[in-house]
Design a protein around this ligand. Structure first.
Ligand SMILES: Cc1ncc(COP(=O)(O)O)c(C=O)c1O
Length: 285
């Protein structure tokens, strides 16, 4: 989070317009495909219309869609922002959590002129409590360093030393191998649960990494009301409205599958499915 803030501070001034993924700066929402993420062609059209000063995207396993931009789209995006000299802040916090054979590429790997400010963290792949993240700010190195010096000077050196040792002896890679496998299995199990307990016309994403599912419910449903009712049963989901500044996605839910599958999770999905069915019947809006 700190890396993102430092990078934003380095490339914007208060009141500037910033393009963000669907979701004092004016945020411009860009539509994202649940499988392939944001569309560089749509961004190109918006650049012609608005004075965009920076972009903040999560190209790999974006939250909440779980989408992953294909390499060609990443290359096209970097070419576009380089041409217009618009800095791209790449939040790659989920990049290590892939289910396939290879780690997805980053936009940074296509960046020849330093317009991509790459940000990473251990929060989703090891533990959020360490508060360790990093940035590779390209041509904005000087501005980011200056902001870091003014704000916190340095992160906690002892924790950094411990994590450096953990990385150095290969334990992180070992941990990630187990985590990726566990998350993939959990993903399949949760999807199966949703198919089993939710109405037949429910749509659910099939992410290839990360740990969130995007669920589209029948149109008349109000996800926020569903969220409130689910909380009474100690079931926590994120209503779709949370992910749009314009209150879109009122019939969608984000469900995390980070928790290992067990009978309690199954019961929670059964409860949620029953609530969705009851809502659909009563046409609660
Ligand atoms: C997409 C995304 N970026 C950044 C962060 C912040 O990560 P950190 O805990 O490393 O500050 C989060 C955490 O919730 C996140 O979901």
């Amino acid at each position: 989070m700190e890396a993102l803030v430092m990078c934003l501070k380095a490339v914007t001034r208060p009141g500037d317009t910033v393009a963000i993924e669907n979701l004092g700066l004016k945020a411009l929402e860009i539509a994202a495909d649940p499988v392939t993420g944001i569309d560089p062609e749509q961004l190109a059209a918006l650049i012609r219309k608005f004075p965009i000063k920076a972009c903040v995207f999560v190209p790999n396993f974006s939250n909440p869609l779980g989408s992953c931009m294909p390499d060609e789209k990443k290359a096209a995006l970097v070419k576009l922002i380089t041409h217009h000299q618009i800095p791209l802040i790449e939040d790659d916090i989920y990049g290590e959590l892939y289910f396939g054979r290879h780690r997805p590429k980053t936009c940074k790997s296509f960046d020849k002129e330093g317009w991509v400010l790459y940000c990473g963290s251990l929060s989703k792949s090891l533990a959020p409590g360490y508060r360790i993240g990093w940035t590779i700010p390209g041509r904005f190195m000087h501005e980011v360093l200056r902001t870091k010096m003014m704000h916190t000077v340095t992160g906690t050196t002892l924790t950094q030393e411990a994590i450096a040792h953990f990385l150095g002896i290969g334990r992180y890679e070992y941990h990630l191998k187990k985590l990726r496998k566990a998350l993939h299995t959990q993903c399949l199990r949760y999807v199966q649960g949703i198919i089993q307990y939710f109405p037949a016309n429910t749509k659910v994403s099939r992410p290839q990494g990360g740990f969130v599912l995007w669920v589209e419910l029948p149109h008349q449903l109000n996800a926020y009301r569903l969220y409130q009712q689910a909380l009474k049963h100690q079931v926590s989901v994120a209503p779709g409205q949370l992910f749009s500044a314009r209150g879109q996605f009122g019939n969608c839910l984000r469900i995390s599958y980070a928790r290992p599958w067990d009978s309690e999770v199954e019961e929670a999905l059964r409860t949620l499915g029953a609530l969705v069915k009851a809502h659909s019947r009563s046409k609660l809006v």
